[in-house]
Design a protein around this ligand. Structure first.
Ligand code: TXA
Ligand code: MG
Length: 348
């Protein structure tokens, strides 16, 4: 399945070309404020099926449908509960995805056969212009090969997808850097909203508008064997570079002491993923991913940092654990999966 992958610029011509390809049932990677998405016409099951092939994505993992204007929601979902309207008013356009029961127009390739669909109105101006120009909602998962870190630049997309997709629209680096917050509203009001994946719209932000929000166990814990995932995406290995990643919880001093003790063992390809400035005291090569107390900065850089570790041929990476407050919860959730839930707790 080799093809030429066009590079499109985010100007009128590039956007029109992207829209035309999408209308023809082709695959185009587009920038969003979170990560790059691999888009296809969400109403065309055949086009959507090619996303799964290009990514190597398991068939039972449903996709998010992206819209360009609030009203488009109504044609996709059966009913919009009041709390969903309030969340949309507060955080759309933006990095929030809401799950609701879908109408029959949603192909099974999008919903993976579930009775629900995930919908999001992105804030990225280029994404919205492409969706509007295509004239159809766009199904788009992150534009990476399945299982590895999500792409936050067009170069990341090409590294994974060159020759496998029709085009990539280069809109520069993504602002948020981690995927959207996913909240399940499909059982409201009998059950409270449920956070399935943390992202740029934080838990306190959700609760400010929606009242109590349940946090799905899978946000911070490995799924138990044979458990049914509320969000199928959470049961797969995710965001993982080639290197083995181990998350290390502790103060800057304890982390540095731990890494430097490991360094004495002469382990091949031992590296650190740490906070800005903290690399200076480490005796191993390090990649940084933002300030220790800067969750937004960490979110922006974490996927690029994981990809960079692969370029440096890291074999074993001790990653300094972020705080799980605010947007930090999203960074923690991604790193926990990158580490396949392997965590070392220092400081007793
Ligand atoms: O920021 C984002 O959300 C990016 C950009 C491109 O918009 N997209 C993205 O898509 O992250 P993806 O496919 O990588 O992640 C979608 C997540 C998966 O964990 C999937 O299982 C979950 O949303 N999901 C989608 N539809 C669902 C549904 N009906 N019920 C439960 N979970 C669903
Ligand atoms: Mg993804």
């Amino acid at each position: 399945m080799q093809m030429e992958t066009l590079r499109l610029q985010p100007d009128d011509e590039g956007i029109e070309k992207a829209a035309a390809l999408l209308r023809e049932g082709k695959l185009v990677a587009i920038p969003t404020e979170t990560v790059y998405g691999l888009a296809a016409n969400a109403l065309d099951g055949e086009a959507v099926s090619h996303i799964f092939t290009a990514k190597g994505r398991p068939q039972d993992n449903p996709l998010i449908v992206h819209i360009a204007a609030f009203e488009e929601w109504e044609s996709l979902v059966r009913e919009i509960p009041e709390v969903a309207v309030r969340l949309a008013e507060a955080y759309w356009p933006g990095p929030l995805t809401m799950i609701l029961p879908h109408k029959p127009c949603i192909p099974k390739q999008v919903s993976a056969g579930l009775p629900t669909v995930a919908v999001r109105l992105p804030s990225h101006p280029i994404a919205r212009r492409v969706i509007a120009a295509a004239g159809v909602p766009l199904a788009a998962p992150s534009a990476n090969r399945s299982g590895i870190p999500s792409p936050t630049t067009a170069a990341h997309v090409l590294a994974d997808m060159e020759g496998r997709i029709d085009a990539v629209l280069d809109g520069g680096p993504c602002e948020v850097g981690v995927e959207s917050t996913v909240v399940d509203l499909s059982s409201v009001p009998s059950c409270p909203p449920r956070l399935l994946r943390p992202g740029g719209i934080t838990l306190p932000m959700l609760e400010k508008v929606a009242g109590h929000v349940e946090v799905d166990e899978a946000v911070t814990h490995a799924l138990k064997k044979d458990a049914v995932a509320a969000s199928p995406g959470m049961k797969y290995k995710h965001y993982a570079p080639k290197a083995q990643v181990v998350l290390v919880k502790g103060s800057p001093e304890a982390y540095a002491a731990f890494v430097n003790t490991q360094a004495e063992k002469n382990i091949t390809g031992l590296m650190a993923l740490c906070f800005d400035g903290e690399e200076k005291r480490l005796h191993v090569p390090a990649v940084t991913y933002g300030g220790r107390y800067d969750g937004a900065g960490q979110a922006q850089r974490v996927f690029d940092a994981l990809r960079h570790l692969d370029e440096l041929n890291a074999q074993l990476v001790y990653a300094a654990c972020p705080s799980s407050k605010g947007v930090g919860l999203a960074v923690y959730n991604r790193l926990l999966r990158a580490a396949a839930f392997e965590v070392i707790e220092l400081d007793g």
